[in-house]
Ligand binder design. Structure first.
Ligand code: GLU
Length: 246
């Protein structure tokens, strides 16, 4: 499948040839030629693209634009999946947690509790916006086992297929609440695995960084912007960093 990254803070496993665009391009891209022949599209958005950097509260304008575009794709007869982060961030926000509330002993349990609280709230917000445009959305929470176990994978695949048949838009996140190692699987990777599992022909990654840089531009002022990745080679692979919470 093709990958379009709107700003890239993606892991090296996921980077592939494609054009690098910013979040503000989303409406243009959704109307471009190359969307036309795509039937099944996965869109991934990260926590910090969903929230205002000043407060950590949700950016309803961005959410609204995103959901509207997804609904518009679905109305063109395409199958659409949204992979969204933000559960842990929203949970923290809801509980008004401070840094000192988290320590080495409770770190994992806290994250999982935050995910449990935040996922429900995040989904409630998505549901509310989706319902304005009418499509039905559904929640699918995935763990590593969903892909590793053959029966689980088969079932998940069937669930997606059935939802597509019914015109429903699945909203996917990792099931952060159930196992420690799940927290290590970032949603860039998750979205790529989901795209492969459901035979998607386009994966769109939305990020808070305005493109692909030779290094992390927030840490390295000399990082250079790369507009188009023509061919995937070693030097691009080395630019891939771990997830940045995009
Ligand atoms: N699943 C996590 C969350 O919803 C985020 C993981 C990631 O962004 O890579 O908070």
């Amino acid at each position: 499948y093709t990958v379009i990254a709107f700003g890239v803070s993606i892991t090296s496993q996921v980077i592939t040839c494609g054009q690098v665009l910013t979040f503000s391009d989303i409406e243009n891209v959704m109307n471009r030629e190359y969307i036309k022949d795509k039937k099944r599209i996965v869109v991934k958005i990260g926590s910090s693209s969903l929230q205002h950097p000043e407060t950590g509260d949700l950016d309803y304008i961005k959410l609204e634009i995103l959901v509207r575009e997804l609904c518009n794709l679905r109305n063109q007869g395409k199958d659409v999946v949204l992979v969204t982060s933000g559960a842990i961030a929203q949970g923290k926000k809801t509980l008004k947690l401070k840094e000192e509330d988290i320590n080495d002993e409770n770190r994992i349990a806290m994250k999982q509790a935050c995910a449990a609280i935040g996922q429900a709230r995040l989904m409630m917000t998505y549901e509310r916006i989706f319902s304005e445009y009418n499509p039905i959305s559904a929640q699918i929470l995935i763990t590593k086992n969903t892909f590793l176990d053959e029966v689980n994978r088969y079932n998940a695949h069937n669930t997606f297929s059935q939802l597509f048949k019914m015109g429903v838009i699945p909203v996917v996140n990792e099931n952060d609440t159930v196992a420690t190692y799940e927290l290590e699987l970032d949603n860039d990777t998750l979205s790529a695995i989901v795209a492969a599992m459901i035979d998607a022909d386009l994966l769109i990654l939305l990020s808070d960084i305005d493109g692909l840089y030779t290094d992390d531009p927030r840490k390295n002022p000399d990082a250079e912007f790369i507009e188009i990745v023509e061919e995937l080679n070693e030097s691009y692979m080395e630019m891939g960093k771990g997830s940045t919470g995009s």
